[in-house]
Design a protein around this ligand. Structure first.
Ligand SMILES: [Zn+2]
Length: 298
């Protein structure tokens, strides 16, 4: 078609043959555009893999920027069509998912969510001052709480770590307290344990379980001690706490496996260990469910 364009010459504006050829070219180009528009819309597909169970996460793939409605949340898949869903510790037996393509087509699914049972454990010897914080600490705790809420509401659009196969944050894994257990600390029943505790010595290197952006990096929070949180994208955030050393700063990105700190016993901790937690849009999820290859869901 290139040779149909009128030659550029000083006579162009005055030559009716050239103008006719130019108009014909525009007509043909117009037809081409029309033909492209006639290509059928891409099929509204949905692929899911992960853990369809309480405290589990699902990695999904559909059309780019499709709208996702799930458990009261409303958001969009990323530019590649990837997204994350998460189930609360005590999520109900079924969950509904509605996908709306940018062109308005809809796809609806209802899932059965498997139940989990959670252990009740007794924890004694925690210093009383941290169980019932003194009046003098309340302002500090409130300020730290506000900073955590800001971090946990991060939605970094550039992070793609959520779609990786996660790794444990330690090279040697020894689970000392499972996720979701209800703890009776010094005899008083507390909120569930929203983390997996891994036993390790102070100074043991801690690695990023997946790539992402650091949303919080603190050395000495009242409850958490040394705390690092990573936004893996699509609302999925993991966090490690009680660190003796913090090797990253908020705002920078980390690759999967990069050292982010060292195990310690800082904050509300009875001894050196790593507490590993995961959040998705305000819900608490079990990160240990992410370290095995995620099974495809039919
Ligand atoms: Zn813990």
């Amino acid at each position: 078609m290139r040779n149909m364009w009128p030659p550029i010459s000083k006579n162009f504006h005055g030559n009716p043959h050239h103008l006719t050829a130019f108009a014909l070219t525009l007509l043909i180009v117009g037809c081409d555009v029309k033909a492209q528009n006639a290509i059928p819309l891409p099929e509204l597909t949905l692929e899911l893999r992960g853990n369809m169970r309480q405290s589990g996460a699902i990695i999904g793939k559909t059309l780019p920027f499709a709208n996702i409605a799930f458990d009261g949340e409303n958001f969009n898949a990323d530019k590649d069509g990837n997204f994350v869903l998460g189930f609360d510790r005590d999520a109900g037996a079924t969950a509904n998912l509605t996908i709306t393509a940018p062109d308005g087509r809809k796809l609806e699914r209802t899932f059965d969510v498997a139940r989990r049972s959670y252990r009740v454990t007794n924890v004694n010897g925690v210093p009383a001052a941290t169980v019932n914080p003194p009046q003098s600490m309340r302002a500090r705790i409130a300020a730290e709480s506000a900073r955590k809420q800001t971090a946990w509401s991060s939605l970094d659009e550039n992070s793609r770590g959520f779609a990786q196969n996660f790794r444990w944050p330690l090279n040697v894994v020894r689970v000392t307290s499972s996720w979701g257990a209800v703890r009776r600390i010094n005899g008083t029943l507390t909120r569930p344990h929203y983390g997996v505790d891994l036993g390790a010595r102070t100074g043991t290197p801690v690695y990023a379980p997946a790539s992402g952006k650091i949303v919080i990096a603190e050395r000495n929070f009242f409850y958490e001690g040394g705390l690092v949180g990573i936004d893996h994208g699509q609302g999925l955030i993991t966090l490690v706490m009680h660190l003796s050393r913090v090797n990253v700063v908020a705002g920078r990105t980390v690759e999967q496996g990069e050292k982010i700190g060292e195990v310690g016993a800082t904050g509300r901790s009875t001894g050196p260990h790593l507490h590993w937690g995961m959040r998705w849009r305000g819900r608490q999820l079990d990160p240990s469910l992410m370290v095995r290859p995620l099974a495809k869901i039919e």
